[in-house]
Design a protein around this ligand. Sequence first.
Ligand SMILES: Cc1cc2nc3c(=O)[nH]c(=O)nc-3n(C[C@H](O)[C@H](O)[C@H](O)COP(=O)(O)OP(=O)(O)OC[C@H]3O[C@@H](n4cnc5c(N)ncnc54)[C@H](O)[C@@H]3O)c2cc1C
Length: 347
Amino acid sequence: MNVEVLIVGFGLAGATLAHTLEAKGISFHIVEDSYDGSASCIAAGLVTPLTGKRFVKTWRFDEIAPVVNAFYPKIEQKLSTKFWLHIPQIKVCTNDFEAQQLQKRSIDPEYTEFLGASVTLPSYIHQQYGAVTIERTSLLQSQKYIESSFEYFSMNGFISNQRFVYEDCTISESSVSFEGITARYVIDCTGYSFCKTVFGASLGLEPSKGEILTIRTDVETLPYVVNAGLYVIPLGDYLYRVGATYGLLHDTTEPTEEARLLLTTRFENLWKGTYEVVAHDVGIRPKVPDKHPIIGKVHPDFPIYTLNSLGAKGVSYAPWSAKLLVEHIFEQGLIDKELDATRYQPK
Ligand SMILES: Cc1cc2nc3c(=O)[nH]c(=O)nc-3n(C[C@H](O)[C@H](O)[C@H](O)COP(=O)(O)OP(=O)(O)OC[C@H]3O[C@@H](n4cnc5c(N)ncnc54)[C@H](O)[C@@H]3O)c2cc1C
């Protein structure tokens, strides 16, 4: 089989790249090992314009938001599946500092479009320091997006279920062959796994381990996301995703008691009702130190590219980065230095 692009990995990066290539009529094939253990399948799926304790506007939000808001609805239509929601986010301040930061933002012209009215939440939610709406929040049901995309591309014969190994490839200046597939370009979308390979080892990728709980409560699912130092994301049927933790990967990719305790303690500071933990998941977010995506060619002599380092904002970054990368390879688009895949490579 001859194709233009061999996509390796089918998480948010690989799936989004596949849809982007298909929309441009560029031939591709996907090699995926087992997507259901990926970070993408456990992501909370939130797209939020403001992040962190200081409510800073997401990096390049004005550039990214229009691409994201056009991309996912188009794929919903293509797959006849619903996974993209516009949902209110309520920021519940957990201390005076946060309340003051929000107050400052509310009079800053760059932020006023994102901050809505103060709200009063149901009595079972603790809100001593006040709560306001954060506008322009969206939610991708990421597992549904990946699963329905996988089914679509599998049905059309675009996916091989196998482990890709660079050492088993024949690689020249102008092509890469692997298990009977010859491609002009390989685009590696294997997330954190890429740093364990010969082409990804020097790019500065670091693992950020994230743990997240699924909790069943005894009250009807809320029609909004609550952000109170942790996100409480409604799933329907009395269920919520609650998380996430951020930390370097030390010794284990397994769920830890420490993370469970941290999340349940924070949840109990917010939620006065009873609950039970019904699932505890772990994912590894790939990131480089500036936490921005890395896209482009990773070796001067071989046609190996990557779309990686989606960090904690994979849902926002994936469609925008995929678009820029495809335009770079096929339409001579430029990749600016802030996104260049080799920016952390020792010179
Ligand atoms: C707890 C948690 C919560 C999160 N919440 C959010 C959120 O609310 N909003 C947001 O935007 N982002 C969130 N993220 C971040 C988001 O999940 C990541 O940015 C994104 O999933 C990274 O996608 P990826 O495709 O680069 O990597 P991955 O999801 O890791 O996918 C890589 C894929 O490559 C495959 N693969 C690896 N090696 C090989 C090989 N050799 N051969 C074949 N296939 C291979 C794997 O099986 C996998 O399917 C969260 C992450 C975590 C962990």
